[in-house]
Design a protein around this ligand. Structure first.
Ligand code: CA
Length: 445
């Protein structure tokens, strides 16, 4: 009864709000009791929670749509036929083959270019290469230029000789070298006209030196081998070897030796298979084996001035000048004790020890160059005067000196090296880029 009353009250209360949206239903349950059911719509439809529908349903729907799209793509890819896949593989393979062929062609082209560069390098190596010069004094203490040096310290020689005290032997055990002289020796009578063999190709060859070994050993270089050094530069190390004079004239060296130590000046010489030279900026003499290409001896020349202290008149750091004649190896230089006069020392060719020394009475910076013939020192008056003279000689056998007046021709007017080759009976000289020789005549046998 109370239940019927409660339902009725609720129906009255809600009836005003629900009105036509409310419903009421009465039925019996299994037990025979009456069951009343009424349904009332919510005044705000969206506030009524539902297990299905609303934002969650929309969200779920959107996710489902995306999932369907993914599934569709997957199914589509899987749906490609095997033939299509193979076609794609073939196309990719072709593309890779084309790429490989193109790369092969590029490799071939690079190899060809490398071969060309290698050949070009070999050709360049066969020619003397110019050296970089940054020193305004061209590494020689001589200002660059083609004319004679005008620096006050290296003024042109005026054939002037300064008298100094008589020669003095340094060692007590002086040997009489008269007996060492070989047949054919004598005093210089005349010097022939210069014969030009080659002209240097670049500025590095304005000064230089060149030689043939008067006692070539043939291991492996014979008497015809020509050795050449372009001497302009701070770090002169290239020693060029030519098979003979003809190859020198053609400009085809057979070898370029890189010396382990840089060369100073133009005073080197070649003797019995060795190059003898002064190490740059030092009084150190080096004996370089041309066969093994190694330095086999080094020795300081005692008290020798170097690097511009006692040069020849043209400068060029020509402080120490090495020479070879019938009697062996010599050094022409000066010392503080000698006061700038030429000191002449005979050297042991193996150890480079001084065997004996003489002081002459000619100032080194007053002569252009010097050479040895048969134990006699000769000096040339001028390096740049077209017609000059061999103006002085000093005989180590007698210890006496005398003035000479043997004509000498500086054809190219800048003679930076003069060296005697007793096997050829010729003077080798380097005159303003030119490699020249002079026939000499000796007398008084
Ligand atoms: Ca010389």
């Amino acid at each position: 009864m109370w239940v019927h009353l409660a339902v009725f009250v609720c129906w009255l209360v809600l009836g005003g709000q629900g009105q036509d949206r409310a419903s009421f239903r009465r039925s019996g349950d299994r037990n025979g009791r009456c069951q009343y059911t009424f349904t009332v719509d919510s005044p705000v439809e969206s506030s009524c929670r539902s297990s299905i529908g609303g934002p969650e349903a929309e969200n779920l729907s959107a996710r489902l749509t995306l999932l369907e799209a993914v599934v569709s793509r997957v199914l589509g890819a899987e749906g490609l036929t095997e033939a299509a896949r193979e076609a794609a593989d073939v196309q990719e393979t072709r593309r890779l083959v084309q790429d490989k062929e193109q790369l092969d062609r590029q490799v071939q082209e690079l190899r060809r270019r490398v071969e060309e560069l290698t050949m070009e390098t070999e050709k360049l190596r066969e020619k003397p290469c110019p050296l970089v010069q940054a020193d305004p004094t061209d590494g020689f203490g001589v200002m660059k230029g083609s004319g004679p040096v005008t620096n006050g310290e290296f003024q042109e020689l005026k054939a002037e000789l300064s008298e100094l005290p008589a020669p003095a032997k340094v060692r007590e055990n002086v040997q009489n070298n008269t007996g060492l002289e070989k047949s054919g020796c004598g005093e210089l009578v005349s010097v022939g006209e210069p014969e030009t063999h080659q002209k240097a190709e670049s500025i590095t060859g304005k000064y230089g030196m060149w030689f043939q070994d008067p006692v070539a050993t043939g291991r492996p270089y014979g008497p015809n081998t020509v050795w050449r050094i372009n001497a302009v530069g701070k770090d002169v190390k290239e020693l060029y070897a030519y098979e003979n004079l003809e190859q020198l004239a053609r400009g085809f060296p057979m070898k370029v030796v890189v010396l382990p130590e840089p060369v100073e000046s133009t005073g080197a010489t070649v003797y019995r298979g060795y190059l003898y030279y002064q190490q740059r900026r030092s009084p150190t003499l080096l004996r370089f084996d041309l066969a093994s290409e190694k330095i086999v001896a080094r020795k300081d020349l005692p008290q020798a001035g170097f690097h511009g202290k006692y040069p020849y008149s043209w400068g060029g750091y020509t402080d120490i000048d090495l020479a070879v004649d019938e009697q062996g190896l010599w050094a022409i230089y000066s010392t503080d004790k000698a006061g700038g006069a030429i000191v002449l020392s005979q050297l042991d060719p193996e150890s480079l020890e001084v065997i004996r020394s003489w002081k002459t009475n000619v100032r080194k910076n007053k002569v252009a160059n010097a050479f040895m013939i048969c134990g006699r020192l000769y000096t040339v008056a001028s390096y740049s005067t077209n017609t000059t003279t061999v103006n002085y000689t000093f005989d180590t056998a007698s210890g006496k000196s005398k003035m000479l007046d043997v004509p000498f021709h500086n054809r190219y007017r800048y003679n930076s090296m003069i060296d005697y080759n007793y096997a050829k009976k010729k003077l080798f000289a380097w005159d303003n880029f030119h490699m020249v020789t002079y026939e000499v005549k000796l007398g008084g046998f």
